[in-house]
Design a protein around this ligand. Structure first.
Ligand SMILES: *Cc1c(COP(=O)(O)O)cnc(C)c1O
Length: 479
């Protein structure tokens, strides 16, 4: 008898599937009642160090093991008081969309099938979202890291004097970012053979925005030394503080100097939907490329990011190849849209577009914009709460959805305060109260709230402030 990996007893599978689905919805509906985070128990760690299973186990047993030992010890980013790093919380309908995507399980590399057309549809919506023209090209990827890398590969190839794909890098390319640019740019520069020696981290002002006067000076200086500036990356919302670079000034410098203008808009690009932020972000429309996420603001389950490139030919020229086993036919399954592999490094790819399609249709862009606004408004509210407390201090003013603050004690230096605030943060996590993260600004340890949380309410920020005050006061007595 021949085997299959499908279940022998479909009815039992159906029953289990319904249980799992009910449990999943209960889990989402009651998330507020649980601690935001709890430590991973030793039993769970031990369970996750077992040898490769040799024999089949029942689906019920596997599910129950997961439910009891893994599910409770999650990261917490679906919780209303999670504001760590920059992490979205997903939505129930898009969880189901992901299940349907896995059910269809198409490989969206190539072929004439609806998922390929759906990705093009979602890409068109992404272009509309950030103000790119319909002729632009793009790709859905695992996140902004891959999207930034992909865009920089296009920029490198487009601006390199020889054909990089033929010759490798032969020219002394220089890439410009700010000191606050995400570290994925450094990784990209390393991966693309540009190297850290040719990565200029332009200083920022006290507002954490790139100093564009320094940028111009550095470009001039590099040219004078016979180097070849090729690209400037502007930040639409930095990861540390949410700073939006002067994108219009950077765009103008790029135009004058004939440099590629790339925007890292991982989360901040979404603020372009709001009247208060649209003017600052308008210059995105002049960018040669942009990278942004749909799993931070966008609220899709991990993982999904988007790269868009204004010049489709330049995008294709960086990645398109021909292979006898990937030829597009006139008709049949091997017809259809251009293979996605012409626009990036991936070949096999899942059906990321489906959850995005569900999201945009279910919420509508107006409601998504309102949610972005709500997160910003809440972050300003948190700033007000902090400013009312003599023992709390903002480390930089809120400008978007990120608040960096600390507990302060009269007469204590930064060494003491850094230790104190780190301890406050760890206790906040351990007590399961709230999960902000951290950064260091000008040598000062900051408790950092990055709010892309559609489940947070004002009371959650009140609870955070209260807990920081309580833990801080107790620690000051004991330290
Ligand atoms: C999160 C982030 C990235 C990296 O995005 P991933 O989706 O985590 O790969 C890059 N830039 C900024 C500004 C970010 O906030």
């Amino acid at each position: 008898m021949e085997h299959t990996l499908d279940p022998q007893d479909w009815e039992a599978m159906r029953k289990l599937a319904h249980t799992m689905l009910d449990d999943a919805l209960d889990y989402l509906q009651t998330v507020r009642n649980r601690p935001v985070w709890q430590p991973t128990p030793e039993a769970t760690k031990a369970l996750l160090r077992q040898p490769l299973p040799q024999e089949p186990q029942s689906a019920e047993d596997i599910y129950n093991t997961f439910k009891n030992n893994v599910l409770p010890y999650t990261k917490g980013n679906i919780h209303p008081r999670f504001w760590s790093w920059v992490q979205g919380g997903g939505t129930p309908l898009t969880v189901l969309a992901d299940m349907l995507a896995a059910t269809m399980n198409p490989n969206t590399a190539i072929g004439d099938h609806a998922p390929m057309y759906m990705e093009l549809q979602v890409l068109d919506w992404c272009k509309e979202l950030v103000g790119f023209a319909p002729e632009a090209s793009g790709m859905l990827l695992s996140g902004a890291t891959m999207a930034n890398l992909t865009a920089l590969a296009v920029a490198r190839n487009a601006k390199h004097p020889d054909n990089v794909r033929q010759s490798g890098i032969t020219a002394p390319l220089v890439l410009y970012v700010s000191q606050e640019t995400h570290n994925c740019m450094q990784k990209s520069a390393e991966m693309l053979g540009i190297g850290n020696r040719a990565l200029r981290k332009i200083p920022v002002g006290t507002d954490f925005k790139m100093d564009t006067v320094q940028l111009e000076k550095q470009i001039t200086q590099d040219r004078a030394q016979g180097l070849l500036p090729f690209c400037v990356v502007g930040n639409a919302g930095t990861v540390n503080t949410g700073a939006i670079d002067n994108l219009a000034a950077i765009a103008e410098i790029c135009r004058r100097e004939e440099l590629w203008f790339h925007v890292d808009g991982a989360f901040g690009a979404w603020a372009k939907l709001l009247p208060d932020y649209a003017p600052q972000l308008k210059a995105i429309e002049n960018a040669d490329s942009i990278a942004f996420d749909l799993h931070k603001w966008g609220w899709l389950p991990y993982d999904i990011g988007c790269v868009l490139v204004r010049d489709r030919d330049a995008h294709r020229a960086a990645f398109a190849t021909e292979a006898n086993y990937l030829l597009t036919h006139e008709r049949g399954l091997a017809a259809g849209p251009e293979p996605m592999g012409n626009y990036g490094i991936e070949l096999s790819r899942g059906f990321r577009a489906l959850k995005a399609w569900f999201l945009f249709k279910e919420q509508g862009v107006q409601q998504l914009a309102q949610m972005v606004q709500q997160n910003i408004t809440q972050t300003f509210y948190l700033q007000q709460l902090i400013q009312k407390q003599p023992s709390l201090e903002m480390l930089t003013p809120v400008t978007l959805n990120i608040a960096c603050f600390r507990y302060v004690v009269q007469g204590k230096d930064d060494v003491y305060l850094n230790k104190l605030n780190k301890e406050i943060l760890m206790q906040l996590h351990e007590q399961g109260i709230a999960a902000p993260s951290y950064t260091i600004l000008g040598g000062k340890y900051a408790i950092r709230v990055a709010n892309v949380n559609h489940r947070s309410r004002r009371e959650d920020f009140e609870a955070l402030v209260e807990a920081v005050l309580q833990i801080g006061a107790k620690l000051v007595l004991s330290l």
